[in-house]
Design a protein. Structure first.
Length: 111
């Protein structure tokens, strides 16, 4: 394979990732269900992190200005890679599922 083809392939992959992360998503029912099954135990139904597990793990509050100031790319990375005691989901979730969770976190933070 020529170097040009490799470069074009790399650029297409980067463009695809940029589009997946760069376009604001809207949370849907699937995102809400995924949040409920993977995140709600610690972050709570309202995203405030006031569950027993959330308090013990010092889970972030999605209403906090620091969380809401994070870019979608930063939130995507956080969900994918995890932080502290929070597991990363990059290996078990599809990129569009993580994108949906980012949108859901945004919605919870506004309530």
């Amino acid at each position: 394979m020529s170097k040009i083809m490799v470069r074009i392939g790399g650029m297409v992959a980067i463009l695809g990732l940029a589009l997946a992360v760069g376009v604001p998503a809207r949370a849907d029912d699937a995102s809400a269900a995924l949040y409920k099954s993977k995140c709600q135990g610690c972050h709570g139904p309202d995203g405030a992190g006031q569950t027993a597990a959330g308090k013990a793990m010092k889970s972030g509050d999605f209403h906090d200005a620091e969380v809401q100031k994070m870019s979608d790319a930063d939130l995507t990375s956080l969900i994918g890679m995890g932080k502290g005691k929070m597991p990363g989901y990059a290996k078990t979730m599809k990129p569009e599922e993580i994108k949906g969770l980012v949108a859901y976190v945004r919605e919870l933070g506004k309530k």
